[in-house]
Design a protein around this ligand. Structure first.
Ligand code: CA
Length: 423
């Protein structure tokens, strides 16, 4: 077992019950305050541990890191040490925060420097994302979309059960939770018989996803196997892959989504390490037909992550509109990465891979408005009595996620953004 994952560990930092951030989590992010420049932090309870100050005070000696790794405005530099370096760092932080360790705990003047209340920090974009790839790995989602956009009798295209289908997205529009988004404009065809018009999207949607961030991969021309894949994955965050369905349905043939997807994609600020998620590994769905040999894998490669989506209209309360789980995904991360690199495509430190929309088999577990309202034919009723077919101006969409067993709860926090009227 990874030392920092020990469920019996307790921290001297107060962690509220049901917090997403017990000592067994210790996710990484980038934060700043009024007085502190952007730097690396680790979350514990309702505090952020300032790793730059911790390093300066000498608490991170004999780790493979230097000051510049912690005062960098992105995690990429820290991630250059790969899985082993990050594991060593997380284990060291776990020790420093352990209730039985006095080193840091007993030095009040140091605590005031390194431990900052979450309300006093501003989170920053954690990763300088090089390339962003989005998969399409939920069988339920692909089937639902196929039924609505194409042919109900042949909803899944013939390649879907053989290939972890994906496309190359756009990194420049991946944004941090809390940054609001203007409704996108584009070509839509409200009346299928008429020519397209240029207008704000009328079918603005979210996609409930998670994303994983990679360490530096192999050289161009080499491949990463399913058994090696997790060594190349730093961690995961929540991911809302905003989608304009009316723009999408007109533009996506033959090359796939373009402007319907690249106006914004929101991520949560804390990267939960794949190490921290190890206790929550589960088997994924049975894959039938049997996959080609390069997609075969050993052991449990899926993760039990509870996910939910909420809509909050302006100045109203939140309504939960979807409860799903990452474990429903047909293709796992190891298969996605093996497939991505099987042709020799290289991945780099700080690449991001979206899971694809995470839908379950029941209507309340569908991961998009498109599916939840069945293309607007079954509007959802919110707590305030209003109905939604798609996302309206001034709606805030919130996604939350956590893993839980009898001992520990490890959470991701949330990703949220408000939709502003079209510019
Ligand atoms: Ca997507």
């Amino acid at each position: 077992m990874i030392a920092a994952n020990n469920p019996s560990l307790k921290s001297w930092v107060e962690v509220p019950p049901n917090s997403d951030f017990p000592i067994q989590n210790l996710p990484f992010g980038i934060f700043k305050t009024e007085n502190l420049s952007p730097r690396v932090g680790v979350r514990i309870g309702n505090y952020v541990l300032d790793l730059k100050s911790l390093f300066v005070l000498g608490y991170l000696e004999n780790t493979p890191f230097e000051l510049s790794d912690f005062e960098s405005p992105f995690l990429n530099q820290l991630m250059k040490t790969g899985k082993e370096g990050i594991r060593q760092l997380r284990n060291r932080i776990s020790k420093l925060l352990n209730v039985n360790q006095k080193d840091l705990q007993s030095k009040q003047h140091h605590l005031e420097q390194v431990l900052i209340a979450i309300d006093n920090v501003e989170m920053c974009m954690p990763i300088q994302i090089g390339d962003y790839t989005d998969f399409y790995s939920s069988k339920e989602h692909a089937t639902n979309v196929g039924m609505m956009f194409r042919d109900p009798a042949n909803a899944l295209l013939p390649n879907w059960l053989w290939i972890p289908v994906g496309y190359h997205g756009r990194a420049s529009t991946v944004i941090l939770s809390g940054q609001n988004i203007h409704r996108p404009k584009g070509q839509i065809k409200p009346n299928p018989e008429d020519n397209p018009i240029f207008a704000p999207s009328r079918m603005l949607d979210f996609e409930l996803e998670t994303a994983f961030i990679t360490f530096e991969g192999k050289a161009l021309g080499d491949s990463i196997s399913t058994n090696e894949a997790e060594e190349f994955i730093f961690g995961k965050c929540l991911f809302n892959d905003w989608s304009a369905r009316d723009i999408q349905s007109w533009e996506y043939v033959p090359l796939g989504p373009f402007l319907s997807k690249n106006f914004a994609s929101s991520i949560s600020p804390w990267i939960v390490t794949l190490d921290a998620l190890q206790p929550f590994k589960v088997s994924g769905p049975i894959q039938d037909p049997a996959v080609l040999s390069y997609l075969e894998f050993e052991g449990e490669k899926s993760y039990d992550i509870h996910l939910e989506v909420l809509i909050q209209p302006e100045e109203k309360t939140e309504s939960v509109i979807c409860k799903s789980n990452y474990k429903y995904m047909y293709w796992n991360m190891s298969q996605q990465l093996a497939h991505h690199t099987v042709n020799g495509c290289n991945i780099r430190c700080g690449d991001m891979m979206g899971s694809g929309t995470i839908s379950g088999s029941t209507p309340d577990s569908f991961g998009s408005m498109l599916e939840l309202t069945w293309k607007g034919t079954k509007p959802l009723l919110l707590n305030d009595g209003t109905e939604r077919k798609f996302i309206q101006d001034n709606d805030t969409v919130i996604m939350r996620g956590y893993c839980k067993n009898e001992n520990v709860r490890i959470g991701f926090g949330e990703v949220k953004a408000k939709i502003l009227p079209a510019k």
